[in-house]
Design a protein around this ligand. Structure first.
Ligand SMILES: C[S@@+](CC[C@H](N)C(=O)[O-])C[C@H]1O[C@@H](n2cnc3c(N)ncnc32)[C@H](O)[C@@H]1O
Length: 239
C-alpha cells in the first residue's frame, strides 16, 4: 500500500473533508471536555471488546487521530485515513507510532487499499458527511477480511438534539444568522429499524447497536432518540 504524506496534492477535497479543514487545530482539544470527551470515553469499552492485539485496523475518517491513538493503545497496527490535509497534519503531530500509516483518501474510494486486508474498521462520526453512504459501507466491506469487525457511528432519524438544532438553524436562517453549520454538510440519517438491512446489503451482519448522545443524560435516552447510534457489525463470511 502506498504511504501518502498529508500534504500530497490529490485534486479537489470531498465536501465533508473540506468542511473540517478549518477545525483541525482545535479538534483534539475538544475531546478534553464536554460531549466530545464523553464520546471518547464511550468508545473505550467498545474498542476493548473489538480490538485484539496484533490486528490490522483502519481508522476511517480519523480526524486529528484521537481514536487512532486508542486503536494503537490496544495493540493494533493502524492505517488512519482522512480526506482533510489539515486534519492529517494535526494527527501526524499528535500521534506517532511505527505501526501507523497515514493515508489521504476519500473514504468512499479506498484507492490502493487491498481487498480483505484488514481485521477491523473504526468509522466515528464520518458517514453522515459523505455523498454516498453506501459507497463507504461497500468499500469498508471490500477491504475487511471475512468476519472482520466494523464499528461505525450513525445519526438516527428524529434524533432529539439534531431535530432541535435543525429547528433553531431554520429560525436563525430566517433572520440571516447561521447556527449549527455542521448541519449544512452532515446530511445522512437512518431509521434505527433500517440499519440491519442497510448493513446486510453492504455485506455486514449487525452485532450490537447502542445509543450515545453528547448532551442528553442516559436516562433521557429511554424516551428520546440519541444523536448517534454506535453500531458494531462484522463482515459476512459469504454473500
Ligand atoms: C466529525 S470528524 C470525525 C473525526 C474522527 N473520526 C473523530 O471521531 O474524532 C469527520 C472526519 O471525516 C473526514 N471526512 C469527511 N468526509 C470525508 C470523505 N469523503 N473522505 C475522507 N474524509 C472525510 C473529515 O475530514 C473529518 O476529519
Amino acid at each position: 500500500m502506498e504511504k501518502i504524506s498529508a500534504d500530497k496534492q490529490a485534486g479537489d477535497l470531498p465536501t465533508g473533508a473540506m468542511f473540517h479543514e478549518g477545525m483541525a487545530s482545535g479538534w483534539s482539544d475538544g475531546y478534553s471536555r464536554g460531549g466530545f470527551g464523553r464520546r471518547r470515553t464511550y468508545f473505550l469499552p467498545v474498542l476493548d471488546r473489538n480490538v485484539i492485539v496484533g490486528q490490522r485496523w483502519i481508522d476511517l475518517g480519523c480526524g486529528s487521530g484521537v481514536l487512532t491513538a486508542e486503536l494503537l493503545a490496544r495493540g493494533a497496527s493502524v492505517v488512519a485515513i482522512d480526506g482533510s490535509p489539515n486534519m492529517l497534519t494535526e494527527a501526524q503531530k499528535n500521534v506517532k507510532a511505527a505501526s501507523l500509516t497515514w493515508l489521504r483518501l476519500d473514504v468512499e474510494h479506498l484507492v490502493g487499499v487491498e481487498d480483505g486486508s484488514f481485521d477491523g474498521i473504526l468509522c466515528s462520526s464520518v458517514i453522515e458527511y459523505v455523498q454516498d453512504p453506501n459507497a463507504l459501507l461497500k468499500e469498508a466491506c471490500r477491504v475487511l477480511r471475512p468476519s472482520g469487525r466494523l464499528i461505525i457511528s450513525v445519526p438516527p432519524t428524529l434524533s432529539f438534539v439534531r431535530t432541535v438544532q435543525k429547528t433553531v438553524r431554520t429560525i436563525a436562517a430566517s433572520v440571516g444568522i447561521e447556527r449549527f453549520p455542521y448541519l449544512s454538510v452532515s446530511k445522512f440519517e437512518i431509521a434505527p429499524g433500517e440499519i440491519s438491512c442497510r448493513l446486510g446489503e453492504s455485506g455486514f451482519v449487525l452485532d450490537r447497536m447502542t445509543p450515545f448522545d453528547p448532551r442528553l443524560p442516559n436516562f433521557a435516552l429511554m424516551f428520546l432518540r440519541p444523536a448517534l447510534l454506535i453500531v458494531e457489525a462484522y463482515k459476512k463470511t459469504s454473500k
